[in-house]
Design a protein around this ligand. Sequence first.
Ligand code: S3P
Length: 437
Amino acid sequence: MAAAVKEYQLAPGTGVAGSVTIPGDKSISHRALMLGGIATGATRISGFLASEDCLATLSALAALGVQIERPQATEVIVHGVGAAGLHGSAKPLDMGNAGTAMRLSMGLLAGRPFASTLIGDASLMRRPMERVAGPLRQMGAEITTQEGRPPVRLHGGRVLNAIDYVMPMASAQVKSAILLAGLSANGTTRVTEPAPTRDHTERMLHAFGVRVGREGAAVTLSGGQPLTGTHIDVPADFSSAAFFLVAGCLAAQQGLRLCNVGVNPTRTGLLEMLQLMGARITVHPRSSGVGEPIADIEVQAGPLRGIEVPASLVPLSIDEFPVFFIAAACAQGETVVRGAEELRVKESDRLAVMAAGLKTLGIDHTLLPDGIRIRGGQGFTGGTVDSHGDHRIAMSFAIASLKASAPIRILDVANVATSFPGFVELAQSIGIRISAP
Ligand code: S3P
C-alpha cells in the first residue's frame, strides 16, 4: 500500500479551466451497499465511490456475511442476503472516519438477533451517537455507548416496535438510521424533521421496492417490507464537486465544467448561496436513472459579494461550509452564517478549525457559537494550516491557494482519501498548483 500523504503544498494560483468528472457520491454509495446487503438478489452499483469511508461500510457488510464482488474499483456487486440473512461478526465493526457508516449501521443492526460492536478512528470515537441510540432505544433496542460516544454496543435479540419520532436536530443520518430500524420493526415508523435534509435513503428505498410515505415534514415506512436487488448508478458527489465549483467561481476566467453531478435539491444549498453572492453558475440538467437528479454544472469566475446565509439553506449545504467560507473570504463585504452549530460535531469542529486556518491566512472574521462572520475581499496570505485530519478542511484550504499571495502548506491531509480519492490529480488537471510530497 502507498504511504499516506501527510501534507499538501500549494503555490499561488494562476487560474483554472477545463472539464472534470468528480468521483461518486459518498452518501449514496454507503446506502447502496447497505440496502443491497439486506435485499433479496444481487444489486449492481456503478460509479461507486472507492473511498476509505465507503470501503469501511463494504468491509462491515462482508463481516456480517454479505458476499461482495468488485470487478472494478467503482463497480460493485452486492449479493444480498435478505431481511433475515445477516449474521453477527465476532470482531468489532471498524467504521474508520465514517459517521454515516456508523450511524446508519446502528439502525440497520439494532433489531437483529445478534450483538454488534461499532468502533472507529480517533475522530469518530469522539462523535455523538446518542442522537441515534436514543430513538432506537425507544423502539425497543438495547444499546450502550461510552458517555454518548463510540464504542457503540448493540445487544441484539430485541423486538423493535415502530415509533413516531420528532427529531430535535436536522440530520439525515438520524432520520436514515430510524428508517432502517423501521424496516425490521412492527408497525409504521414515522420520523419528522425540523428542516428538510438529504433524502437519499427515502429515494433509494423506493428503488429497492419499499413504499415510503411523505406527509409534510414527516417520512413514514411500514416494517416488514422486502427489498429487491436493483441497479444503482451513483452520480458524482455534489459535496466533492463543491471544491471545484468554488475554484471556478474564484479563478475560471474561461469557465470550468463539472460533469454528471448529483443535484438532489436537498444537497445543493451551496449553489443557491453562491448564486446569492453573484456567482456565474449554469446548471444543465441531464436525465437520471436512479431517482436522483443529475446535471452538468458550468461555472465562470466573477466578483462575489458577502451575504447573510438564509437559515433554510444551512441543512442543505451542511458539508459545504468549509469551502463556502473560502468563497466568503474572497467576497466583497461581510458574510454571516448562523444556526450552523452542527458544524462543531463533524469530522472536526469545523467552525473552530476553519476559523483558525482563516486567521493564519490573514482573513478577518469573528467566530460565533453557531456560525461565523467573515469580512472578505482582501485575498489570502500564505502560511501553514492544520486541517486536523478533516478531509473537507484540507481540500477547502487547497482552493484558497487560487487567491493567495504566497505558498500555502496544509498539514494532516491523509483523510482526503475518506471521501475524494484522486483529489490531487484532479485539482492539478484544472490548473491548481498542488503537490503532495
Ligand atoms: C450524511 C448526512 C450529514 C452529512 C454527512 C453525510 C448522510 O450528516 O454531514 O456527511 O449521508 O446521511 P448529519 O445527518 O449528521 O447532518
